[in-house]
Write a protein that binds this ligand. Structure first.
Ligand SMILES: Cc1cc2nc3c(=O)[nH]c(=O)nc-3n(C[C@H](O)[C@H](O)[C@H](O)COP(=O)(O)OP(=O)(O)OC[C@H]3O[C@@H](n4cnc5c(N)ncnc54)[C@H](O)[C@@H]3O)c2cc1C
Length: 454
């Protein structure tokens, strides 16, 4: 199934047929295209982007069908003007303002279809803010991120005097909410020390790209000639320290070989973790490998459903789902991962939910029609409303995608923290990398860069 599995041979087998390039960029997502655009703008002309899939953008993937526009991947410009993308979108005339909270028809329902006590939501939301505060988190070094929430929730909830029987249900809701924000399978996975360093632009600023997040990709592509990009060209082998002439040899699944002065690898952490042993020759330096073992990439998917008109009413819907019973059949248990069903901004006939971690992995294994029927049945049960057959359905599968193996938010695990990794910055401090291995410091250099977008 992995197109790279049939690529074999060593350095000597490939070097003879290799085409020379100054810079090879692995991956045509935001990071790779931005690197190419920047190099070209600065006079480095002999650049080639090798992209594994048949489209550019990677985790920026806008889907259009008639008047429908949905995002499989990146959707929001979080953090308002603090986010550099905000200014870019504004400059390109493509920024939408978030809807006011009051614009939404906000509901909180139990999974059995009863109205939930909104006071539980207030407790959950308060703690959500508290546990993002670095001055609170420093007290939790050495533990998992969820510890802060677990410790604070009971007191806060009791203070708000909500129904005691709903207490655990709201704590479970809070866990699912944190998983959605982080992509973890379990909120005890991430090291609290790492969470302290998380650059949070603020989660209440929800600007978007007017015409889809891929406006960013079109912008990046301006100024990159087509000849500088090769799609459907997975990079399988990188021989990075073997050429007596000092070049880096790259071999693709199509059997093409390139020898470059420099290489920039922008593939997702999930892909690097899965393939680095087979991909790099010699193996990555041991400190890189050890770092890789201590960090993970989260997984979140989206499920989207549309109708010819909104059955929920004229206002956009924001429906919170609080699971009060856990008797779903095994196959449907991925639904436990849904804590919110939200109208898609600018798409008033469409609803969307996130599903993360293990729940996402289970959902990804099911046929699309089955996922659709589960989601529909669940919505009917929760709302108690008549819901017609949807006219649109889509779900993402970022975990199954062999070029991604995850979606957003890399993090240091608790175990990684205990083993000495103190920050999520995946690679050792560049100044600690021997000079001859740094980008722009000579041939045979290698540098792996991460996502441009948080
Ligand atoms: C569901 C979801 C929701 C998100 N929501 C937001 C959001 O609201 N706001 C936000 O700012 N960000 C969001 N993100 C994160 C954002 O999409 C990413 O941070 C960003 O797109 C990463 O860009 P990148 O170029 O670093 O990596 P990628 O987009 O992963 O690009 C890497 C590219 O490398 C290619 N590749 C992989 N392996 C190989 C190989 N061996 N050879 C050649 N090519 C290879 C891949 O196909 C891919 O195109 C979201 C992501 C997901 C999945």
């Amino acid at each position: 199934q992995q197109p790279c599995d049939h690529i074999s041979g060593n350095f000597e087998d490939w070097i003879g047929s290799a085409v020379s390039k100054e810079v090879i960029i692995v991956g045509g997502g935001v990071a790779g295209l931005n690197a190419a655009k920047t190099l070209l703008r600065n006079g480095v002309k002999d650049v080639l982007v090798l992209e594994a899939q048949d489209y550019l953008g990677g985790r920026v993937k806008t889907y259009r069908q008639g008047s429908i526009l949905v995002e499989d991947g990146a959707e929001w410009i979080n953090g308002g003007a603090l986010n550099p993308l905000y200014n870019l979108a504004e400059q390109l005339g493509g920024l939408t303002q978030p809807l006011a909270v009051e614009a939404y028809d906000w509901r909180a329902q139990t999974s059995t279809g009863l109205e939930a006590d909104p006071i539980g939501y207030d407790a959950a939301a308060d703690i959500f803010v508290e546990c993002e505060d670095d001055s609170v988190l420093v007290n939790y070094h050495g533990t998992g991120y969820g510890q802060c929430y677990k410790d604070r929730f009971p007191g806060k909830y009791d203070l708000l005097r909500a129904q005691p029987e709903e207490k655990n249900a709201w704590l479970n809701y809070l866990h699912t909410w944190v998983k959605k924000e982080t992509g973890f399978s379990n909120w005890m996975d991430q090291s609290n020390r790492d969470a302290v360093h998380f650059t949070d632009f603020g989660f209440d600023e929800w600007n978007q790209w007017q015409d889809g997040f891929d406006t960013l990709i079109s912008y990046l592509l301006e100024g990159i000639p087509q000849s500088k990009i090769s799609i459907s060209s997975p990079v399988c082998k990188i021989f990075w320290d073997m050429d007596p002439e000092g070049g880096v040899l790259v071999v693709t699944a199509n059997g093409e070989a390139y020898v470059a002065d420099y290489i920039i690898v922008t593939t997702s952490l999930g892909h690097v973790k899965e393939r680095h042993i087979l991909m790099f020759s010699p193996q990555l330096p041991i400190d890189y490998q050890m770092t890789l073992n201590k960090i993970e990439l989260g997984l979140c998917d989206k499920v989207q459903m549309g109708w010819s008109r909104p059955w929920w009413g004229n206002r956009p819907l924001d429906l919170q789902i609080i699971f009060t019973s856990f008797d779903l059949p095994e196959e449907e248990s991925w639904l436990y991962g849904i804590m919110e069903v939200l109208s898609i901004h600018q798409q008033r006939n469409l609803l969307q939910s996130f599903v993360c971690g293990d729940d996402a992995l289970l959902m990804e294994q099911l046929p699309e029609e089955v996922v659709k029927q589960h989601f529909l049945k669940h919505l009917k049960q929760v709302t108690g409303q008549y819901i017609p057959e949807p006219t649109f359905f889509r779900r993402s599968r970022w975990g199954k995608n062999i070029w991604m193996r995850g979606s957003y938010n890399s993090y240091v695990t608790v175990k990684g923290d205990q083993e000495g990794l103190k920050s999520r910055t995946p690679w050792p401090n560049p100044s600690l990398i021997p000079k001859e291995r740094r980008l722009y410091s000579g041939r045979a250099s290698i540098r792996i860069i991460g996502a441009m977008v948080p």
